[in-house]
Structure formats: structure tokens, C-alpha cells
Ligand binder design. Structure first.
Ligand SMILES: [Zn+2]
Length: 220
């Protein structure tokens, strides 16, 4: 990612960005394209950095989400690409309960039937009643069967959600949704779905609020 300041060079650079912004969301969307930081350093950052409008995502929640994505990746079924991905979604149900729900990529011999980890996690969450997505984490990479050169080249990139997963998660983005993309080396990129999927077509385009939708109360 191309940041105004190199966040990884010094946490002072993050604070410099932060000084110029009123909220963390402004930092994420306005001053930069996200926040790139080594996860252990995040704990030392001021609380303000973890506030997203009125919703506060704690350091603990972010690190738990990354751990959840890594755990989900253990079950990745990727015998064809050898590219293993895990995702974990922090979501809320209509009773106000929160849960972290994981998913992994599931490939298929008929390649087009493959599903990404983010969509598996999203569908699992919705099927359990957790329809309000606050944040999700993604971690991915090749296994050892792929050549070192390719693995090294891929590790330089953050594994961002594909277009289809951005569309699907956008359906349930009732609040500003954080996207946390983790590398195995410990750095995370904290960005937002709004940044990754600007001007996306979503439920509101059709007058719908997915958080309020109740199939038992359909007005005909
Ligand atoms: Zn995807």
C-alpha cells in the first residue's frame, strides 16, 4: 500500500497521521489508505486509533480476530491452488450478542465452484443470525509445495478480499466495517470495506437495511 508516511518505519509516523485526523475513520479513509502496523505495536497506540465513529474496536478484538483467521486457515481445503486462506468475522446479532465466526477457502475439482474464506465466514455468520458485521480479518498464503520465489513474492503483498467477497460482505456492512489483513510475519493492514469497495452497490440501493430484515415480518 502506498501511504503518505511509512507506518512500518516508525510508529511516530502513525501518530503524525493521527494528529492530522479527527477520528480513526478519517485516518483510515482520509489521511491514508489504512493503517499498517506490526500487531504488537498496536497495543501501544493511543485508544483513539481503535475508535471507529461511535464503535470502539479494541486491540484485544483485533488480535483475537487475526488469531481466529489463522485458526480457520488450518482447515483450508486448497488442493489445487495450495493458497490457504482463513477469515474471521466479528458480528452482532439482533439481540446485541457478539461473535467471532471463522471460515476457510473451500476449493472444488470444478474450479468455478470454489468459495473464498471471507464468503464462507460471511454465510456462516448470517446463517447463525449474526448479520451486522463490525470487522473481519483475513490471512492467506501458499503452502510449502509452492516454490520459494513465488511464496516470497506473494508474501510481499497483503492478501486483500477479492471483488466477490467485497460485494458479499458489503451486504452486511450495517456499520463502518474494519478489514484487518494480516501477514504471517506479524504486520497487519487495518483498513475499511468502504475504502476497498467504494460506491458499492448494496442493500440500501434497494431500500433495505439487512440488520432490520426479519422474514417473519414481511409487509405484503
Ligand atoms: Zn473472495
Amino acid at each position: 500500500m502506498d501511504f503518505r508516511f511509512d507506518h512500518m518505519a516508525s510508529t511516530d509516523n502513525i501518530l503524525a497521521d493521527l494528529k492530522a485526523s479527527k477520528t480513526a475513520m478519517e485516518l483510515v479513509i482520509g489521511a491514508g489508505k489504512g493503517l499498517e502496523i506490526a500487531l504488537p505495536h498496536l497495543r501501544k497506540m493511543p485508544d483513539k486509533i481503535l475508535e471507529v465513529n461511535s464503535y470502539r474496536v479494541t486491540y484485544g478484538e483485533i488480535s483475537e480476530l487475526v488469531a481466529g483467521a489463522r485458526k480457520a486457515r488450518e482447515f483450508s481445503y486448497a488442493p489445487y491452488s495450495h493458497f490457504n486462506v482463513g477469515a474471521s468475522i466479528f458480528a452482532e446479532n439482533k439481540s446485541g450478542l457478539f461473535a467471532r465466526i471463522g471460515g476457510c477457502n473451500v476449493e472444488n475439482a470444478s474450479y468455478g465452484e470454489t468459495k473464498c474464506a471471507e464468503r464462507v465466514a460471511a454465510f456462516k455468520a448470517v446463517s447463525e443470525g449474526f448479520r451486522k458485521f463490525h470487522a473481519f480479518a483475513v490471512v492467506g498464503g501458499f503452502d510449502d509445495s509452492i516454490s520459494k520465489d513465488i511464496r516470497r513474492a506473494a508474501q510481499k503483498e497483503y492478501i486483500t478480499p477479492c471483488g466477490a467477497c467485497r460485494q458479499v460482505t458489503n451486504e452486511f456492512e450495517a456499520n463502518p466495517c474494519l478489514v484487518i489483513i494480516a501477514r504471517d510475519t506479524g504486520e497487519v493492514l487495518i483498513t475499511t470495506l468502504q475504502y476497498l469497495f467504494p460506491c458499492g452497490f448494496g442493500p440500501r440501493s434497494l431500500g433495505m437495511d439487512p440488520a432490520r430484515y426479519d422474514r417473519h415480518k414481511i409487509a405484503i
